[in-house]
Ligand binder design. Structure first.
Ligand code: GLN
Length: 197
């Protein structure tokens, strides 16, 4: 069943091509999603990093994309990275902006300030040897997590990789490193959610 899973990457703006290449390395062929009607052709979606305000604007002016994406993220597995995590959140600060609300977290945009505009760190995660390479680019900070949210990795005492049911998000960019643990765990989680359905 999982081998026939059709994965899409939202391709309005940001690092969607890097996600496509990362998935290709795992022998997963994903499709780029440019239009609302493409959502009906996929089972799961990655929302990439980039600029959440720009994506928000494009989503709202492309027909019913925003409304259809809102329905999609509440029904199907999604992975949001950086700006994608901001879009999936239930509350956004600095400044406040619309979000899809399928992940019960509050995020503060650009929270690490200038010094972390582009930096690489090592963080603690639940898998592998427990460490993970982290690329932060004007990253948001997860400042609140709801009771149903599980923290999969943290950095400097803050959650940076979280999951709630079939929704997963990172504040770093897994598509820019060689370690594919985030994708592997996301796919594994989809399998798990499908078998529990
Ligand atoms: N700062 C961006 C935003 O607020 C996110 C940056 C990123 O995705 N690398 O949307």
């Amino acid at each position: 069943m999982i081998s026939s899973l059709s994965i899409g990457v939202l391709a309005l703006q940001g690092s969607y091509d890097a996600h496509l290449q990362s998935l290709k390395k795992l022998s997963i062929v994903a499709r780029l999603i440019h239009r609302p009607e493409h959502l009906a052709t996929i089972d799961a979606l990655i929302i990439p990093g980039g600029e959440s305000t720009a994506m928000l604007e494009l989503l709202k002016k492309t027909g019913s994309f925003w409304e259809e994406l809102q329905q999609f993220v509440h029904k199907k597995p999604c992975l949001g990275t950086c700006a994608g995590a901001i879009l999936l959140a239930s509350n956004v600060e600095n400044p406040a902006q619309d979000c899809l609300g399928s992940l019960d977290i509050t995020v503060k945009r650009n929270a690490y300030g200038r010094q972390l505009q582009s930096s690489i760190h090592s963080g603690k995660c639940k898998y592998d040897d427990g460490s993970i390479e982290l690329v932060f680019i004007r990253a948001p900070k997860i400042v609140r997590i709801g009771p149903a949210v599980e923290v999969l990795a943290e950095h400097d005492g803050s959650p940076i990789w979280v999951k709630q049911g079939q929704t997963m998000a990172t504040t770093f960019h897994p598509e820019l490193t060689l370690n594919k643990i985030v994708y592997k765990k996301w796919i594994e989680n989809i399998k798990h959610e499908i078998s529990n359905f």
